[in-house]
Ligand binder design. Sequence first.
Ligand code: MAN
Ligand code: CA
Length: 156
Amino acid sequence: MNCVLLLLPLLAVACCHSTDETLGNDRDMGSTMTHRGGRYQYVSKQMTFLDAELHCKSLGEQGHLACIHSKEINDLILQLGESSGGPVWIGGHRLLKSEHFIWIDGSSWNYNNWAPGEPNFVGGAEECTEMYTSQQRAGSWNDISCSVTRSFICEY
Ligand code: MAN
Ligand code: CA
């Protein structure tokens, strides 16, 4: 009997995290998708890049704004962010005002999907990265000031 009771939480975890591409609603905070063990959550609240990153960290020990390494993940993140009605933060950040970008989790910058003409570093003040979610630019990225507020996608 004890054995069965101990197994129940394990079964619950196995059941809820094994399926790829699960779309569900997370109360009023937006929707969550799992993909190959990674969890992605759309947060509808609009925050600056820093506050958004801090919010993602509060979701889990490994939480951070979504870092994108393939078209597959880019498509998934676009799908999650589409309901925002505007661009969403992703975890790209300009390195020390240079032309180089880094991902906020330290993973390598091995994929990008900049919109035509981007990143253009307007006013020397565009150090964060947003994804457009509508019209012909949907899924492509723009460098933008970190202090504007956006909905965002966490990975945790
Ligand atoms: C336009 C473009 C972008 C830029 C924003 C700033 O959309 O020039 O590259 O980041 O304006 O608001
Ligand atoms: Ca720009």
